[in-house]
Design a protein around this ligand. Structure first.
Ligand code: MIC
Ligand code: SF4
Length: 651
């Protein structure tokens, strides 16, 4: 195969097994890993279960950025474990307050041409500097830290050719919203998006990172930009010029598909409730009353984003019917703005300043009022993610957010009487790494004792795959079920390290008052010796990398998920914990199944091994039965893992 794209070049230099053929299973060497606290505790407990003395990667970083509210002792208990396990295993530790993992990694650690595996779906943010950055479940990241290659399907590569230049007030957020309008949030599994063309040169690194960050919402494996002179200047301004290398696609690079976007023709856009691909032009939404505006998250909280916000707010007042909150993406951003006075503009305009963390993006506070409009510069607006069931969350750029915060209604920033300039990239960022704890010397590692408070559980082990899956459908759900539907975060996030407690809220949003919850139904079934089955329509498991969306159902006895289609990270997590991901051979069969129907799969292991068709028996509640043709796309290694009952059982 000709190696001409940036993606192929990086894969080629990291491949350790498999063939570079679309859809083929390959293993790649992982140079760097990142974890965040909400997925990190499980990942490090899993790493401990692998008995590895110290990480085998070139660099691994553990960030604290999700669970920073510390309501009750659970979060701080986790932080103490994470800090001490990092010290024990040779891992950098970014303390709470230092910023959101993806933003800090881009500033301080990412390297063009290297590979990064992160236990967070927005890890592709570092694709903005030409690093092949992939989100995965915690167990896959633990395996990478243990020196094991990361397994993935050799991707299809879609090239997005950018031409022209963004007009004033049109931003990188509008580019990715346009891409989401074209490609939508489903049907993109197994693809990597690579940006190329003359328009790339007009985008700064933070703008590129906004685009690759929200590529996660497409469900692609990752997104990447070339590493060019702009990348070099960014790294130099971070005092890291020496790690720059040039990586660009060849003139004759072959893409599986090319989409052309003329940056000059774009205009401000919004993702309307409640999906990142429900795109409308801001001018079509003009006049919609706004109650809340939040500017922050790993998508849009860079120094450039917030400097624009500060410019607009300077000497002005936030509309009295709007609550405006701002969370700088990193301590670097916050400190620079504090030093140059731009933070003061924001404060004096009447904005509320939040700490540099995920905060409201993952439903940690600032839930909007019922049925009111909240504009957010974030990347996800799945229903209820804000912590309010009847929410109306729109995803917009910082320019739209700040213009609307002034007027009190959704406003195109081109329609206000303020000429917003292009914000210049600083020639030097403020470098202060005193909230990052570096790995210790061997002598000091010996003195570390790992702190384990009682709220920290152990990763649960599954039972090996039974010969016969005697299953019952515990729940049947529709399309675009996100991992937020499966495993809610928000107020439950603090239970991430305690599987028995967290499992109680699996599929909480589908529970009906006065009726047994999903967890209760599944547990009852498990006690009766039967297996639980989940049935879903298209694009099951969208969104986050949280492996809890597999671990907790597994803990409750779920053995199989049957869907029309499924998203990449979630499918990998199911396999890792011994749940079989199965697909309808004929998608109309989805209609035939109802909750409480039985599904019988005889000789499961033999069937999995002998091809990709699995025949099951559907037994309806009235006793009638019908054969059900299912299929799988598991490779030999996946099948071994499932038969063992998950990777942890193989150790
Ligand atoms: C998210 O944005 O949904 C999260 C919270 O960052 C998740 C990770 C998690 O659930 O801990 C993600 O994107 O992977
Ligand atoms: Fe944090 Fe939100 Fe980014 Fe997830 S999407 S890493 S919750 S800021």
């Amino acid at each position: 195969m000709a190696i001409g794209t940036v993606t192929q070049k990086i894969l080629d230099s990291h491949i350790v097994s498999g063939e570079q053929k679309e859809g083929g299973s390959i293993g790649i060497k992982i140079d760097q890993t990142l974890t965040q606290d909400a997925t990190g505790t499980m990942a490090y407990l899993e790493l401990e279960a692998m008995n590895i003395e110290s990480v085998k990667t070139e660099l691994s970083v553990s960030y604290i950025d999700h669970n920073t509210q510390q309501n009750g002792p659970e979060n701080r208990n986790d932080h103490l474990y994470l800090q001490t396990i990092a010290a024990a295993k040779g891992i950098y530790f970014s303390r709470p307050g230092n910023g959101i993992c993806h933003q800090v990694h881009l500033e301080r650690f990412g390297i063009p041409g290297k590979t990064l595996l992160g236990s967070d779906s927005h890890t592709p943010t570092n694709g903005g500097i030409g690093m092949l950055s992939i989100g995965a479940g915690g167990l896959d990241v633990a395996l990478a830290m243990a020196g094991k290659p990361f397994r993935l399907s050799y991707p299809k590569i879609t090239g997005i050719k950018l031409g022209g230049r963004l007009s004033p007030c049109v931003t990188a957020k509008d580019v990715i919203l346009k891409v989401l309008e074209i490609l939508t949030t489903k049907g993109n599994v197994g693809t990597i998006i690579e940006y190329f063309g003359e328009g790339v040169k007009t985008l700064s690194v933070p703008e590129r990172a906004t685009i690759t960050n929200m590529g996660a919402e497409l469900g692609v494996t990752t997104s990447i930009f070339p590493s060019d002179e702009t990348t070099k200047r960014f790294l130099e301004a971070q005092g890291r010029g020496s790690c720059w290398t040039k990586i660009e696609c060849n003139k004759d690079a072959q893409y599986d598909r090319i989409i052309e976007i003329n940056l000059s023709s774009l205009e401000p856009l919004a993702a309307c409730p409640s999906s990142p691909d429900n795109i409308k032009k801001i001018r079509e939404l003009k006049g919609v009353k706004v109650d809340q505006v939040i500017i922050g998250s790993c998508t849009n909280s860079s120094y450039l984003d917030l400097s624009l916000v500060s410019f607009v707010l300077k000497g002005r007042k936030v509309n009295e019917n709007v609550s405006l909150s701002i969370a700088p993406g990193s301590r670097q951003v916050m400190e620079m703005m504090a030093k140059n006075g731009s933070l003061a503009n924001i404060i004096s305009a009447g904005a509320r300043i939040l700490e540099s963390a995920c905060g409201p993006c993952i439903g940690q506070g600032l839930s909007p009022a019922d049925e009111t409009v909240s504009l957010r510069t974030f990347n996800r607006n799945f229903a209820g993610r804000t912590g309010t069931n009847k929410d109306q969350a729109y995803l917009v750029s910082p320019a739209v957010a700040v213009a609307s915060a002034l007027t009190g209604e959704i406003t195109d920033p081109r329609d206000i009487d303020i000429k917003i300039p292009e914000i210049e990239m600083p020639s030097m960022f403020l470098i202060n790494d005193n909230m990052i704890i570096s790995p210790l010397s061997a002598e000091d590692v010996a003195k570390v004792s790992i702190i384990r408070k009682p709220t920290l559980g152990n990763p649960p082990f599954n039972t090996p795959l039974p010969e016969k899956v005697d299953g019952k459908v515990v729940i049947k759900v529709g399309s675009k079920i996100t991992t937020d539907h499966i495993m809610p975060a928000g107020k439950h996030l603090k239970h991430r390290s305690n599987i028995p407690t967290y499992s109680k809220v699996v599929f909480e949003c589908f529970n009906k008052e006065g009726q047994p919850s999903f967890a209760e139904r599944a547990e009852l079934l498990k006690k009766s010796g039967k297996c639980g089955v989940i049935v879903a329509e298209e694009s099951y498991g969208q969104g986050s990398s949280r492996e809890h969306a597999a671990i907790c159902p597994m803990y409750l006895g779920i053995k199989a998920v049957i869907a029309i289609s499924m998203e990449r990270i979630h499918t990998a997590n199911l396999i890792n914990f011994g749940i079989i991901p199965l697909f309808f051979e004929n998608s109309d069969d989805y209609q035939k199944i109802e909750e409480n129907d039985s599904i019988l799969i005889e000789n499961t292991a033999i069937q999995l091994r002998s091809g990709n068709i699995v025949t099951a028996m559907l037994i309806k509640q009235d006793g009638s039965s019908d054969a059900l043709k299912l299929k799988h796309n598991l490779n030999e290694e996946d099948i071994k893992i499932i038969i063992a009952g998950g990777i942890l059982n193989q150790k």
